[in-house]
Ligand binder design. Sequence first.
Ligand SMILES: Cc1cc2nc3c(=O)[nH]c(=O)nc-3n(C[C@H](O)[C@H](O)[C@H](O)COP(=O)(O)OP(=O)(O)OC[C@H]3O[C@@H](n4cnc5c(N)ncnc54)[C@H](O)[C@@H]3O)c2cc1C
Length: 462
Amino acid sequence: MAGYDYDLFVIGGGSGGVRAARVAAALGKRVGIAEEYRFGGTCVIRGCVPKKLYVYASQFPEHFADAAGYGWTVPEASFDWRTLVANKDREISRLEAIYKKNVEGAGGEAFHSRAMIVDPHVIHLLGEDRTVTADQILIATGGRPAAHPALPGHEHCIFSNEAFDLKELPKAIMIEGGGYIAVEFANIFHGLGVDTTLVYRGKEILSRFDMDLRRTLHETMEKKGIKILCHAVSEEVRKRPDGRLDAVLTSGQTLTVDQVMLAIGRIPNTENMGLEGIGIEMTPAGAVKVDDYSRTNIDNIWAIGDVTNRVQLTPVAIHEAMCFVETAFKSNPTAPDHETIATAVFSQPEIGTVGLSEDEAVKRFADIEIYRASFRPMRHTLSGRDEKMLIKLVVDGASRKVLGAHILGPDAGEMAQLLGIPLKAGLTKDDFDRTMAVHPTAAEELVTMYKPTYRVKDGQRV
Ligand SMILES: Cc1cc2nc3c(=O)[nH]c(=O)nc-3n(C[C@H](O)[C@H](O)[C@H](O)COP(=O)(O)OP(=O)(O)OC[C@H]3O[C@@H](n4cnc5c(N)ncnc54)[C@H](O)[C@@H]3O)c2cc1C
């Protein structure tokens, strides 16, 4: 090891890379890390963090409207997009500095440079025009929005990266995609007053979530005024003489909007990094192929996070980083655990979910009990807002184990985090029933649904 410049060199200063670099450096390892854009990566710079700030911004009009039922008179409010963007920029710059400082504080060396691997132990730092050597190399280069070069007029479209920093708030936007990024941005833009249309090729938005949540969210978004067109994709995007865009859809409609945002998936950052040259195996989707311990086919090269295309979430990248450090530097081989991951969609209303959807559970278990409550949350009684909350538990009738918990409504993401613990622990519906309710809350429904709403036996609802 002493013959190399570093014990570990990390490529990519995002959620996974920074965590691995910091923890390995804190163990006394000689660590270098290269980031070509901004430390903090997708999550901090153009993902989770700015997204959540924009979600908060977009919720104020509903808060103002709801206040009337509680006796408040709110004067006419106005919104300034540029103020939001500038304040967001200040906050992410603060976080960016902390991320870099944390690596350096632990003893790591941070480089602002693109990096590529030229030999299994040699990294070229393009920004510095020099090479360094390392015993172990970790690829943590994340992913980026999938482009759509086959779409005529694709050059007029934006992606989530640009959506955060538009010079002007558009009057009308079309967002193409049905995943959580598309759905979240549709709610953000709508909340900020933009005429918003979501266009999705599938039959229902959010394909990997419980159907109940998907349908109820769809209906609620439409009730708010978001237009959702399923079974449609854009065929062409044309620039009009007035500078606006005509998006021609397969459904025969043409939408005239100011921006077209494509959120049709993300692809791993693996190109032009020397990976093919040294023979790193890739998956058909262009991700770095790794074993259960995040090791590539080359013994001293590892990969974690979105670049491996396993589960594309920040906590997963961080968990994989921690497992990598255990395996590579603490003689404690630890495989990341990708089972029962709690997650949220910051739509409005929010989704919080963990475990199996009803459809998945029915495929795997012969006797499923569904506990379901749909009700108006208490805060909407005086506000008069016509919005339902949905809480649903999916239980294995044989073992009584709670297989899935699904929530649509205020603070669902926070609830999903807490529900992740009993589901991970494999607790049963009886454990839920034994738990005292917290009153008055919406979450109390989770422990007070004593009788199944329905059962599904051998695939048949009874
Ligand atoms: C709009 C949006 C919203 C999201 N919201 C959420 C959310 O709410 N919750 C959640 O859990 N996840 C969310 N995610 C996903 C989350 O951001 C990613 O899963 C996470 O950032 C992955 O971390 P990573 O370390 O694998 O990669 P990244 O964070 O993408 O970091 C990779 C870094 O590598 C750098 N890099 C790439 N190539 C090179 C190179 N050759 N040399 C040097 N540097 C390089 C990149 O510039 C980047 O900074 C969101 C993503 C997006 C796009």
